[in-house]
Design a protein around this ligand. Sequence first.
Ligand code: AP5
Ligand code: MG
Length: 225
Amino acid sequence: MDIILLGPPGAGKGTQASRLVSDLGMVQLSTGDMLRAAVKAGTPTGQAAKAVMESGGLVSDEIVSGIIGERLDELGSGPGLIFDGYPRTAAQARSLDTLLAERGRKLDYVIELVVDEDALVERITGRFTCAKCGEGYHDVFKLPAVAGVCDVCGATEFKRRPDDNAETVRTRMAEYRAKTAPILPHYEAAGLVRRVDGMADIGDVTAAIEAIMSNRPTGEAASVA
Ligand code: AP5
Ligand code: MG
């Protein structure tokens, strides 16, 4: 099953994708993570993307659809895919349709994480990750069980994203409203969109997504009419 997780910055796309990877053996395709890896490695793609990402703007459609196409080729016809942070524009949505069709795949669901924008700045400015394994944490909502030690790999170094400051978050939100939210009707017309309450507890959001994917009722906590 191939799905898109759609939602503004801080909606919980990455958090939910990594839980679906653990629970269901799916593969997460995060263009944000891929671009950050390219920036770190200093590749031409990374050099082109760095300043745009730090400003909160969107990297070009050609670059991101190019890296998604390459990744799809590497993966072949393996497990189900979770698109996290892609597509983000109408042009990217069209590219994804083509990339999947060329490989004999199709989208099963577009799951929109419905969130209260006022809460997102707090979520994003409190976010940090393990510098070794990438496990995500939050200063208030998800601290490691032992302070300063990663629950997953035991590392003691953590890092924060350079674009996780209040000013850049506002630009990222504006980009989402102007360019990404307008792709929803494309998927609504195809009957693929399902909505989940992204303000519910992290585990309830995962349960609601997994219920959608297995065609079960979504339950009270994270269902959205
Ligand atoms: P990207 O990395 O995709 O960032 P984003 O969309 O801004 O989303 P985030 O990663 O900030 O949020 P998230 O929804 O994953 O939330 P998370 O799960 O971490 O993109 C970064 C940049 O790269 C873009 O600005 C752009 O420049 C470029 N880019 C990437 N893709 C592109 C594309 N396709 N086209 C063009 N440019 C592209 O959760 C946030 C925090 O909240 C965490 O600390 C988490 O623990 C906490 N949390 C999560 N869920 C809950 C919950 N239910 N309750 C309480 N806390 C929660
Ligand atoms: Mg993310």
